[in-house]
Design a protein around this ligand. Sequence first.
Ligand code: SER
Length: 306
Amino acid sequence: MNKVLVLGAGGQIGTELVAALRAERGQENVWAADLRADALTAPCVALDATDASAVRALVEREGIREIYQLVAMLSATGEKMPDKAWALNMDTLFIVLDMAKEGLLDRVFWPSSIAAFGPTTPRLGTPQYTVMDPTTVYGVSKLSGELWCQYYRQKFGVDVRSLRYPGLISWKTPPGGGTTDYAIDIFHAARRDGRYTSFLGPETRLPMMHMEDAIRATLQLMAAPKESLTVQTSYNVAAVDFTPAELAAAIAKRMPGFAIDYAPDFRQAIANSWPQRIDDAEARRDWGWTPRYDLDALVDDMMAHI
Ligand code: SER
């Protein structure tokens, strides 16, 4: 069994991806790495993913053949420190792509995002191939990264695979610094205070996905035969879409008296530049993607655990 490394293993996606990979491939075959290792379980290591020689040393020592590179600064935080966001998001990608190019890795996963789209992208039924003019440094790094993945595939035969994740909804590990985070914060606030002030306006529709769907999509894409993958950059994947008002109504149905008000901040402009509903026909056709969680299932699951 090929050994696997997850970089950013302590993050929102990493925590659940490590558990899923270990269930599939055996605990000892999946290495978890993050800047701090206190919350990780063995085999794990504290590792700076921008330190190319440290990552390479681990890969060589352990005979790791597959990397999931999840380290990134998200959209809202990235706007506060654009130079750091750009450096982190790109450096960590190139370190992994270059190891694959040298033949140290058989396969790489790297996440892109709906943030790779922009204000002139068609917002409803956003197709796989369309205008992409991101306005955040995070989105610019995701679109650039997608093109670099394509370049490494085509020029060097690197098997790098990628998904354009929508907003990911989960309860196990908090997200950090995203524009879609309101859809998680709202559940914690509902339990704590019975009310929530949303930093996005009531009608701001965005594509979203339950983490279980996101993990299943990731594993499915990584297991697909290479010949079936036609998208060279990153696959659109969709599950649900909703507005803060619709999410609040779904919570209020289960928690009478729950109240929401709105105080949009700088994240509103980011959300306004993103698609509202994604068309994921290529993912469905090429590797059989189908989501399981609709809005009701997602809200039921979040309320059962928070
Ligand atoms: N969830 C991310 C963000 O809001 C989008 O990829 O930044």
